[in-house]
Design a protein around this ligand. Structure first.
Ligand SMILES: Cc1cc2nc3c(=O)[nH]c(=O)nc-3n(C[C@H](O)[C@H](O)[C@H](O)COP(=O)(O)OP(=O)(O)OC[C@H]3O[C@@H](n4cnc5c(N)ncnc54)[C@H](O)[C@@H]3O)c2cc1C
Length: 462
């Protein structure tokens, strides 16, 4: 008789857990995976995928407006929010089914239940059943954070609820300056809502390149979104169907919805971590792991958002795959968390890879900055008041491209390809040697000849 019921018990059927379970099963492991809500996790059910569907839907508004410059006369268009939500739900249900089927096809067993740790080798399901496992993988993801309790917090929605609103709010207040807040701000604005973004810091998109931050802000403001920085929502009142958000600067705003997108916390609560001896990383509140995603307990691993390292779907997938290959595939592999491309699906879109200018200048003694802002060809005909930003950061000593930042249509698609070059340590000379593809916006990346600024200092950290 086997010593354990299963070789691997995966807690969480999101991006990371599903990949780990499937790959471990393909390596011959007996796998059980528990999911308490819906298979596919945040990305599929209430994250990247429904978000992108909403982004695409809201972008139609701009296409309709831009059409006139190209000779189209389009009768007044109408938009039906419930149709969008219903179609999105249908697509998400389809994907959820595929996720379940794929896990089952791999030979792993899916249990639709919450699972918590009983000890280092035992998991307890919601119905009281216990399962013993040689290895346990915690892939429970993260959840929206509402910050400090303010009066009226019960009236505030998060991104979870924003995907299921019964009607499109005519006016919405969104607190937060990160990518989720801005993406929803642009989604609602695209559908015609009056949007106000409230952010406590001095500018949106903390952590992104400064030029990106200011460019996105001014482009969003041009599209009619109000962005108030340096203040917070201190109280929310409800009168009938209307909400009043009271701000720290003494002003107040009326709206039909109030949404907070001010960060996410790892799902570590009530998981039985203490019983099993799994330690938390005091620096970020996630499960503490080493380079192999191993926790403080020899046979327990954790991947994805619950470790609060880099909270992105492809990263959770990589970590899940690497764990399964290492533990069950006799192929030890660690995930390289450097130079991960990232996007913000705001309007306009952001794509970034590598160092920001501030990071590059802090680490390298000689940094050349190549920057261009220009009117995209489409805007010349549509008349839309918009500009695209492209920025390359180059190590002046080695000519290596350290970072690439783009704001504008298809920025994310462009940066996914540029990321290959940056990851391969391509030099500016490599970029210059590449013939431009004309007429595209991306050709600017290989035609920026002269640095717009050059930063040289005597003592360098690297
Ligand atoms: C609005 C939004 C937009 C996003 N957009 C993007 C994007 O454009 N690109 C990108 O790369 N990333 C995006 N993300 C982030 C991305 O969704 C996450 O990084 C990714 O889903 C993390 O995967 P995971 O496997 O760690 O966790 P999750 O996908 O969150 O999966 C965890 C699963 O565990 C389940 N679970 C939790 N506790 C238990 C338990 N005790 N027992 C059983 N099951 C449990 C949960 O129900 C969940 O299904 C977005 C996130 C949000 C919220």
């Amino acid at each position: 008789m086997a010593e354990f019921d299963v070789d691997l018990f995966v807690i969480g059927g999101g991006s990371g857990g599903v990949r780990a379970g499937r790959v471990a099963a393909s390596h011959g492991a007996r796998v059980m995976l528990a999911e308490e809500y819906r298979m596919g996790g945040t990305c599929v059910i209430r994250g990247c995928v429904p978000k992108k569907l909403f982004v695409l839907g809201s972008h139609v508004q701009q296409e309709l407006e831009d059409a006139a410059g190209f000779g189209w006369t389009i009768p007044a268009a109408t938009f039906d929010w419930p149709t969008l939500v219903a179609n999105k739900d249908k697509e998400i249900a389809r994907l959820e089914g595929i996720y379940t089927t794929n896990v089952e096809k791999s030979g792993a067993e899916v249990v639709k239940s919450r699972a918590v740790l009983e000890d280092a080798h035992t998991v307890c399901l919601a119905n009281g059943r216990t399962v013993s496992a040689k290895y346990i993988l915690i892939a429970t993801g993260s959840a929206p954070n509402h910050g400090t309790e303010i009066p009226g917090i019960e009236h505030v929605i998060s991104s979870n609820e924003a995907f299921h609103l019964p009607e499109l709010p005519k006016r919405i207040v969104i607190q937060g300056g990160g990518y989720i807040a801005l993406e929803f701000a642009c989604i609602f604005a695209g559908f015609g809502s009056d949007v106000t973004v409230i952010y406590r810091g001095d500018n949106i998109l903390r952590g992104f390149d400064e030029d990106v931050r200011s460019h996105v802000r001014s482009e969003m403001e041009k599209e009619g979104i109000t962005i108030l920085t340096g203040c917070t929502v201190t109280k929310v009142d409800k009168h009938g169907k209307e909400f009043t958000s009271h701000l720290s600067d003494g002003s107040s705003l009326a709206s039909d919805q109030v949404m907070f997108a001010i960060g996410r916390h790892p799902n570590v609560a009530n998981l039985g971590l203490e019983k099993a001896g799994v330690a938390i990383n005091p620096k970020n509140g996630g499960i503490a792991v080493d380079g192999w995603s191993k926790t403080s307990v020899e046979n327990i691993y954790a991947i994805g958002d619950v470790t609060h390292r880099v909270n992105l779907t492809p990263v959770a997938i990589r970590e899940g795959h690497a764990f399964a290959d290492t533990v069950f595939g006799k192929r030890p592999v660690q995930v390289d968390h450097a130079t991960i491309p990232t996007a913000v699906f705001s309007q306009p879109e952001v794509g970034s890879v590598g160092l920001t200018e501030a990071e590059a200048r802090a680490r390298f003694s000689h940094v050349d900055v190549y920057k261009a802002t220009f009117r995209p060809i489409k805007a010349t005909m549509s008349g839309r008041d918009t500009r695209m930003l492209m920025k390359l950061l180059v190590d002046g000593a080695t000519d290596r491209v350290l970072g690439c930042h783009i704001v504008g249509d298809t920025a994310a698609e462009i940066v996914q390809a540029v990321a290959i070059a940056v990851k391969m340590n391509a030099t500016k000379a490599d970029f210059d040697a590449t013939v431009a593809l004309h007429p595209t916006a991306a050709e600017e990346l290989v035609t920026m000849r002269t640095p717009t600024s050059r930063h040289i200092r005597e003592a360098a950290a690297e």
